[in-house]
Design a protein around this ligand. Structure first.
Ligand code: ADP
Ligand code: MG
Length: 493
């Protein structure tokens, strides 16, 4: 794979482009967040000094016996249930034989033709509407190690820490028709694996990797065109870019009278091109056979059901319940469901106050702003749900206004364990809503503007704002505007 072979593709699609339709199928590998590897107790953690997470089993030494990690099986089932798959009860692992320097055993242990999860759907929203993306399967397999080509000029280094880390491969049917659909699908899968806690979804570290299969055909044609598989897509944006490049490249070839060669290509993000890694080998013979070292495993109905019962509410279900049970609009509900930690925080606050809309406003307003400014995630927010609920209550009771709460009280709550009321008292920002106390400022404001009083009495009721503003100024912002308005209306007649 030499980058000099890169075919530079013009991104402008020719005149004939709208005759064609793109067909895309995605294969996503997600590393499971188990403590240990798929078939032994070696650490499955990312990184570590090279070749330190490796025992004789990872190294594939003769005479070693692997054993299946139950947690990994559980995680695969979790994802299968979340994607509406059929969970297969009788399972085994096969050996996919091939030689590769970072594959110490000489074969990859995978499920090949017998995936643990069959079929399934994933819901996405695009600019064209809602869609159920059809899955072909989700299967379990082990990851390979890493070959590092750029450390030395003359040789390649191999780090086997990753060898044997459990993966699920989530494979769609060829049922996506644009890069936008692909983008939304990968976004949804990433959110889902994080949501149910089976994968951290980190594409930069390679915990989530996507290969895109792309073909084109004339609109109306039912048969699939020859596909190209694009690898090395390490961000969701790159998935979209690479697919767009491939579609344009293929249309250009076909428009010029050429035909598509089945290939594996690689995306080069630096130059924003794809280049050929290899033409599809004539029917690779991996000599699959059931791994004799691993016992087949049977899943009971009860085991599968217990995993389903322990799943958290999924984003789509939660969004619906926010709208039905809490009266939130669809936009607010979807914002809360962007990340599980956000939804969890909302749920915790919603246990303390029923002012749901106010909670949304806080989470999408001051809280989000603070997290963004400090590059923090909501899990790192030092604000107990109860404290935010009391702050919301304080505003509701007219004791402080939102702006004071957001700019003065909120920052202090993040630094101390104090309650909002105490902080408001110490800052001397509690609103005055006692009529007797307010009357002094109200009378003073009225006596300062006799002309305006006359105008008001003649019917210019809009002037009320001017008086309220004056009272606010006189009270240094502490007068409760609602009570002040009522008082002014009474006094001005
Ligand atoms: P392979 O054996 O080359 O891995 P598969 O049939 O297992 O091929 O499919 C791999 C992925 O490619 C799947 O996501 C599938 O939907 C997709 N795919 C298969 N054929 C096409 C095609 N002609 N165009 C686009 N995607 C395709
Ligand atoms: Mg493939």
């Amino acid at each position: 794979m030499d980058k000099k072979d890169a075919t530079v593709i013009s991104s402008s699609i020719g005149v004939g482009a709208d005759k064609y339709e793109a067909v895309i199928g995605l294969e996503i590998h997600a590393q499971l967040q188990t403590a240990s590897k798929l078939f032994c107790g070696d650490s499955a953690a990312f990184g570590g000094a090279p070749n330190t997470h490796i025992s004789a089993i990872t190294m594939g030494h003769p005479g070693t016996l692997p054993k299946t990690n139950k947690k990994a099986v559980e995680y695969a089932i979790k994802m299968g249930i979340a994607c509406n798959c059929e969970i297969v009860k009788d399972n085994y692992f096969a050996r996919k034989n091939y030689f590769y320097p970072d594959l110490p055993k000489g074969y990859q242990t995978s499920q090949h033709t017998t995936p643990i999860c069959k079929g399934g759907t994933v819901h996405i929203s695009t600019s064209l509407g809602e869609k159920e993306v059809e899955l072909n399967r989700i299967h379990l397999e082990e990851d390979a190690g890493k070959s590092i080509h750029d450390l030395h000029d003359d040789y390649t280094c191999v780090d086997l820490n990753r060898a044997g880390v459990p993966l699920i491969e989530i494979v769609t049917e060829p049922c996506l028709y644009s890069s936008e659909e692909a983008y939304q699908y990968v976004t949804e899968i990433r959110k889902l694996v994080q949501w149910i806690g089976v994968c951290d979804g980190n594409m930069e570290e390679g915990s989530l990797r996507c290969d895109a299969n792309v073909s084109i055909r004339l609109k109306g044609e039912k048969r699939l065109g020859t596909k190209v598989e694009v690898k090395n897509l390490n961000s969701i944006r790159n998935v979209k870019k690479a697919i767009d490049l491939e579609i344009a490249r293929m249309i250009e070839i076909v428009e010029k009278g050429g035909s598509i060669v089945q290939q594996t290509r690689s995306y080069d993000a630096d130059n924003d091109t794809t280049f050929s890694m290899r033409d599809k080998e004539e029917a690779n013979d991996y000599r699959y056979f059931a791994c004799p070292d691993l016992s087949p495993f049977h899943l009971t109905k009860e085991f599968i059901e217990s995993i389903g019962a322990a799943l958290p509410k999924l984003p789509k279900q939660l969004m619906a319940s926010y709208q039905q049970d809490f009266g939130l609009n669809a936009y607010d509900a979807s914002q809360l469901c962007d990340e599980k930690d956000t939804a969890d925080f909302f749920n915790a606050v919603a246990k303390e106050t029923t002012n749901y809309k106010a909670i949304v406003n806080w989470i999408t307003g001051p809280v989000k702003q603070y997290l963004n400014d400090n590059n923090l995630s909501i899990g790192q927010l030092n604000l107990p749900a109860k404290t935010l609920a009391s702050l919301i209550q304080l505003i509701n009771d007219g004791k402080v206004n939102f702006s004071v709460a957001a700019t003065k009280i909120f920052p202090l709550l993040l630094q101390t364990d104090k309650q909002p009321l105490q902080v408001a008292e110490e800052l001397n920002v509690l609103q005055v809503s006692d009529t007797n106390e307010l009357e002094g400022w109200v009378d003073e404001a009225i006596s300062k503007m006799p002309d305006k009083v006359t105008e008001y009495k003649k019917g210019k009721k809009g002037l009320i704002g001017l008086f309220v503003g004056e009272v606010k100024k006189l009270s240094k912002g502490k007068a409760d505007p609602k009570v002040v308005t009522e008082l002014l209306q009474k006094k001005l007649g």
